[in-house]
Design a protein around this ligand. Sequence first.
Ligand SMILES: NC(=O)c1ccc[n+]([C@@H]2O[C@H](COP(=O)([O-])OP(=O)(O)OC[C@H]3O[C@@H](n4cnc5c(N)ncnc54)[C@H](O)[C@@H]3O)[C@@H](O)[C@H]2O)c1
Length: 338
Amino acid sequence: MKVLVTGGLGFIGSHTVVELQNEGFEVVIIDNLSNSSEDVLKGITTITGKTPLFEKLDLREKASVQDFFKKHNDVAGVIHFAASKAVGESVEQPLLYYENNISSLIYLLQELQQKPEASFIFSSSCTVYGQAEKMPITEDAPVQVAMSPYGNTKQIGEEIITDTAKVTNINAILLRYFNPVGAHKSVEIGELPLGVPQNLVPFITQTGVGLRQELSVFGDDYPTPDGTAVRDYIHVVDLAKAHVIALQRLLSKKNLSKVETFNLGTGKGSSVLEVIHSFEKVSDKKLPYKMMPRREGDITEAYANTDKANNILGWKAELSLDEAMASAWKWEQKVRSK
Ligand SMILES: NC(=O)c1ccc[n+]([C@@H]2O[C@H](COP(=O)([O-])OP(=O)(O)OC[C@H]3O[C@@H](n4cnc5c(N)ncnc54)[C@H](O)[C@@H]3O)[C@@H](O)[C@H]2O)c1
């Protein structure tokens, strides 16, 4: 069965392609390489023994998307990762984010609605919850006013899919990721942030190899056990597996409604200091870091209630924070040794 993975050469997409191929799916990737490289195909091939089909195209070009579906008219499902994802950049260039993240989604749905049936998996984010009132966060926690244009594209994306599914043959699953980290254990694929990393773990590993002088920990006076902010770090391989399960659920028509939403996290909150200590443990290195004031827009804590994902989707995160940090560290060392 052929599955389209948009953004399939990116961080989460590439790990998902591996899991899809391991489950016997035929994968075709769309990516414009704006935040990835064609070398990732080699990593996927080394791990799985199979090279996925690859179409280099920009999803903002409607005609290219139309041509793609004419050529690949046997696509049974779509996992849509392709998007711009840097929160800070989205504040500076909102239209770039609205154009890329929203027009790509619309063009894909316009093609899929012409099919007798279509299964669609969407990369959403726990940012839709903002600072939720209750921890752990359940899927019915209210969606809050987005704190950035990037976050808003996820909320709007969810709404566009929900409205479209109501009146078409599209069935969809919205996956709200918490904080994806780590790399494949083969060290053939991993996260490749451009420039200064926006996320904690690549910043830590880059500091570990000496690329960054020290890590700034923003805020040590949050109302959390050690004063630093708490997040739910989910290993990217666990996350990738959830996509395969979600797709199989739609393809086998086990979904209970036209659009379902699941949190993807471990259910465990870890503080910034706990992540640093995990890195220090697995790398046997001291990480230089300094405490800084809180950063505007950062929330205190966010971790998932995973009951719905565990009991209804039938998926559970299995890998630990230490395993994620060890794989991220191995990956960073490999990338820097090239
Ligand atoms: N990584 C996270 O922390 C995180 C958290 C929550 C949600 N998400 C969402 O998950 C998805 C994947 O994230 P990621 O971390 O793998 O990002 P990534 O940047 O590594 O991957 C995205 C891929 O999409 C491609 N792409 C972007 N715009 C495109 C376009 N117009 N046409 C074709 N290809 C395009 C990029 O080249 C890249 O390979 C994104 O939608 C992101 O918003 C990520």
